[in-house]
Ligand binder design. Structure first.
Ligand code: AG3
Length: 292
């Protein structure tokens, strides 16, 4: 439906619902209540096509490169030998797109709980999803990621990327100790877990960040957090967690090896990788405040 004359806006509410970010909708492309969540796809003239789940913006054509660069490339710079990758969630395909740029990766299993998200993105967001139809190393599974990891064999993956929604809704179980313990078990010795780690500015996001951090710290000897700017996420600054059994995300970087991949990235680079792990004091204080 093309919108003329009347202004229609999508707003994501923050804090006590007294702050919001609004994008003017130029076209409503898709709205659906799936068995798991409310799925909406709109167009905004500045941000392009964007997907919203349960009221929270997940991807926009304009800024998705930031998120997908940062969920993927730091891990490959720390362990360039990653061969087997598990992606949990990530229905828009952007994470698969970045992982599949590494020709050395042998297998990508992607476990998405909500097939409707994939199908809608295939129709309206080819920028992220077109890889899903053409990547021969991809095994696309529609299932509960929590259950999948529980049943996966020990040491089966070198990298797990948790490309999830926020902890309320279908993503909830992906923020539990049991899930992280299963991730630890299915990761190889040099295995890395990257997870969607929420924001640190608004109180409700801080609570979720703390809850995730304490559980990951309990499970992995190395548990760090790194930031990235994302204009359409609350406060514009958002985080991923980096957890591993043995590798430090900065001390164990292999920039010269990573450069050999010859990948052109729009956001990620080596200096930015180091800088992303340098956290503002208020964020470091939040992380330090959780005790295990
Ligand atoms: N998944 C991360 C969603 C976090 C958004 N949270 C929010 N806006 N409060 C994005 C999926 C990209 N592949």
């Amino acid at each position: 439906m093309l919108i003329k004359n009347n202004d229609i806006w999508f707003s994501e509410y923050y804090a006590e619902d007294d702050v919001k970010l609004s994008l003017k909708i130029s076209e409503i492309l898709h709205t659906e209540q799936t068995p798991f969540q409310k799925l909406q796809i709109f167009r905004n003239d500045t941000f392009g096509v964007f997907m919203v789940l349960d009221g929270y913006t997940q991807v926009t054509e304009k800024d998705e490169f930031i998120y997908h660069d940062m969920i993927c490339h730091p891990a490959f710079c720390v362990n360039p030998d990653i061969k087997k990758v598990l992606i949990i969630g990530g229905g828009d395909g952007g994470t698969v797109r970045e992982v599949s740029r590494y020709k050395t990766v042998e297998k990508i299993d992607m476990v998405e709980i909500d097939e409707a998200v994939v199908r809608a993105c295939q129709k309206y967001l080819p920028l992220t999803s077109s890889v899903l139809d053409k990547e021969p190393r991809l095994n696309l599974i529609f299932d509960d990621g929590l259950k999948f990891v529980k049943e996966a064999p020990e040491g089966a993956y070198d990298l797990i990327l948790v490309d999830s929604t926020d902890p309320a809704g279908p993503g909830e179980g992906l923020f539990t100790v049991g899930f992280y313990e299963d991730c630890y078990r299915v990761l190889s010795d040099k295995g890395i877990l990257i997870n969607q780690h929420e924001g640190a500015f608004y109180d409700s996001d801080v609570e979720e960040m703390k809850k995730a951090h304490v559980k990951i710290k309990k499970t992995f000897p190395i548990a760090k957090v790194f930031g990235y700017t994302l204009p359409t996420y609350a406060s514009g600054y958002w985080y991923f967690g980096f957890a591993s059994k043995s590798l430090d995300p900065v001390a164990d970087m292999k920039p010269e090896v990573w450069k050999q991949f010859g990948l052109k990235t729009k956001y990620y680079n080596i200096d930015l990788h180091k800088g992303a792990f340098a956290l503002p004091n208020y964020v470091q204080d939040i992380l330090d405040s959780v005790s295990i």
